[in-house]
Ligand binder design. Sequence first.
Ligand code: GUN
Ligand code: FE
Length: 480
Amino acid sequence: MVANVPTVAPGKYTVYLGPVINPTTSTHFDILPNCLVVVDPKGNIERLIENLPHGSELQNVLGQIGVPDGRYSLVVLEHGEFLMPGLIDTHIHACQLPNLGLGGDHELLDWLEKYTYPTERRFSEIDYAARIYPEIVERIINSGTTTSCYYGTLHLEATKLLADIVRSKGQRAFVGKCNMDRNCPSYYIEPSAHVSLETTKLLVAHIQNLPQSSAGEPLVHPVITPRFAISCTEQLLTDLKKYVETNPHIAIQTHISENQQEVKKTLELFPDCTSYAGVYDKYKLLRSNTILAHGVYLTDEEMKLIAQRGAGVSHCPASNFYLGSGMARVRKLLDHGVKVGLGTDVSGGNSPSVLYAIQMASNTSKMVAILPNEGGKKFDVAMLLYLATLGGAEVCCLQDRIGSFKEGKAFDALLVNVRDDSGNPAVWGYNPNRDLAEGDCLKKEVLKEWLERFFFCGDDRNIRQVIVQGSVIGGQGRQG
Ligand code: GUN
Ligand code: FE
């Protein structure tokens, strides 16, 4: 039973008045200092008026666009605040938050043995999961993540609980249970391919029965989660192949080509396959709703194959640095036509915040750009914004619902505060004693600077509201 599902007040519209940042492509975003956003009672964007003339009579404007008098609540942003689409984390292990910041002196395969599997095994105790998953999900939401692609552990009950908690807190998400029946320690492995598949089916059914959103669609989606090729027997992959072929609409997530030793071991385990991507392709796991984490060592041929299949890559730069995995060629992926979003990959990544992934994606692009023969262009703010929002939405196949503000899309947003009173000393933002006075016009260049400061110096303290499907589900200014 899911209690406490946040809903929009019945019949109530919410009208936001203030500056808006809105991504359009990987090279452009709209900077809109004075916008009106009308969110309907279902939590969808009904109207987006991009350049409201200064001094417009709000009542008249709302009357003209048919928002009934007295049936809306008005949110007027203060100076130093703006709206932007919510951040999308296309790859995070909810069960690994207890490990944040530990084990960074190990590489992937060692780190899994020494740190990760011992941490994950604890979720066999449902009381432990019930105690810590609510706090984990809350922290992630307050970091500004409106959509998360979650890996749970291999445990069915704990992962069902994770899905329930995510739903009750109102976050948009994908939730999967790891499939892993080989090359794992005896204390943390599934007993057979059969059990792995059957428990997966039970999780899928459980998630598909969760309450829908106020818009009448699922908010939490199931995702098939073969952990990585190394941890799956050919029998398990064969069983999963049959299952995914009969369920084309269920998303798939896995890891690919993250670490050199991992790539080597994978190719040894699957001698009939010529590449890592080829292994997943053999079992029909590469398709438009597949999310592939990392992709650091993908060859041009693999990138072509992934693009052909329409699968997306979750770029996890914080993790790629923290575990010393390497630097993904993101520009090359995009040039090949591969969809790319950002992932925190907690706890391979040492922060649950997509803001940190943005900073590390920027650093990665700068380092790749100066390598011989790479010649990549480093990422600008438009690209970083795109990867963290619309790019992520494309990777999740949710680009028609989220990732940018557009009439008819869901209102998944952050109300960002770069005022000095946010309490974050790293953000030299808006101070009423120093900067604009009430009533002064906000210049586009200043609003762009606010976004840039938020990306590179911001944290949870700068997020006043986290909004999913029109409902405030977190943030510093959340009431109640
Ligand atoms: N590959 C297989 N499992 C994992 C994991 O938990 N984290 C990361 N970063 N890579 C993996
Ligand atoms: Fe991962």
